[in-house]
Design a protein around this ligand. Structure first.
Ligand SMILES: O=C(O)CCC(=O)C(=O)O
Length: 318
């Protein structure tokens, strides 16, 4: 829908909405937030929300808006300007981001090669290509199946990873290419990647357009925020906030590589909202084996066999 039309429709409906139950207005709010998330927050604030409305607003905000943004230079999650957390921050460990990990020419070549193979329909409007062993996560069963290895174009990407200290010893055993398009409403719900099979580091290469990786947490734990001030000392004492009310945006530029590990891998779910897919986006995720399938682990032999296949770089999508 053209955004001018949406804005007009909203202006009309927002007048109608005053003094009415906000949760009955979900549809237009969702439509509005799709286009104008911060405007929507302002609108909700202006409506002087009562308590139940405020709690609905809270889950609403969390679902559609991140209230913190990760700062790669400091490793802090900083409260967004228009949120109630403006001026507050907390350490957000476990994210490593490299901009311009590959060149524009390399990006074009990689996507061109991917597009020669079929993209299979996946959940939430995504399409995918998998290069990996056959896994049954529920029954915790794993075998090579028809896995023929990672694709040849990944050899160079994996070699370039060696320059990153955080990826020392990283041996990918699986590659999943995902294709997101706005016209399909592509997204990925907040989730943890499996812990039984996949190791600590999740590595993703973000191609064709920028996006936002949204980090959220369901835990009952509280997060301690500290005030950040520009220039002057701040005398505010730390503030505690339920983890559930916090959502952190990691901005992923086109051609950037992001590694999630530690807390960002095990304590925070990651996902991508539909509204953060503005153009076609292709993501390549590489995963390593968990300790159970690595040297000294119970299934070391199977792990070795799968790695040998993966790193032959002769694969086709399974
Ligand atoms: O598209 C992305 O960046 C995230 C992909 C992801 O979370 C996954 O494949 O599990």
């Amino acid at each position: 829908m053209p955004s001018q039309f949406c804005a007009l429709k909203l202006a009309f409906q927002s007048k109608k909405c005053r003094g009415r139950k906000i949760h009955r207005q979900k549809d237009w709010q969702v439509e509005f937030i799709w286009n104008f998330p911060w405007g929507c927050l302002h609108l909700l604030q202006r409506l002087n929300l009562s308590e139940p409305r405020r709690s609905w607003n809270c889950s609403f905000q969390k679902k559609f808006c991140n209230n913190f943004t990760y700062c790669p230079a400091t490793g802090l999650a900083k409260g967004n300007e228009h949120s109630e957390f403006a001026g507050w921050a907390f350490p957000f460990p476990g994210v490593f981001l490299v901009e311009e990990f590959i060149s524009e020419d390399e990006e074009c070549e990689i996507v061109e090669l991917m597009d020669r193979d079929d993209w299979k329909p996946s959940q939430s409007g995504r399409k995918k290509q998998d290069y990996g062993p056959k896994v049954n996560f529920k029954k915790q069963r794993l075998k090579a199946g028809s896995f023929t290895g990672l694709p040849s174009f990944s050899r160079k990407i994996v070699a370039q990873m060696k320059a990153c200290a955080v990826l020392s010893g990283f041996l990918p055993v699986e590659q999943c290419n995902l294709d997101y398009r706005p016209e399909r409403g592509s997204a990925i719900d907040p989730h943890f990647d499996d812990w039984w099979l996949w190791g600590e580091r999740l590595v993703s290469l973000n191609l064709l357009s920028k996006t936002v990786l949204s980090m959220s947490c369901d835990s009952e734990d509280t997060i301690q925020l500290f005030p950040i001030s520009k220039g002057t000392e701040s005398f505010l004492s730390p503030r505690l906030v339920p983890g559930k009310e916090v959502s952190v945006a990691i901005l992923l530029p086109q051609r950037s590589l992001v590694v999630l590990h530690g807390d960002a891998r095990y304590k925070w779910k990651h996902g991508i909202h539909r509204r953060h897919i503005e153009h076609r986006r292709v993501c390549i995720t590489f995963r390593e084996l968990s300790a159970e399938f690595s040297a000294g682990g119970r299934h070391e032999g199977l792990g070795k066999e799968l790695l040998q296949i993966a790193l032959s770089f002769q694969g086709r999508p399974v």
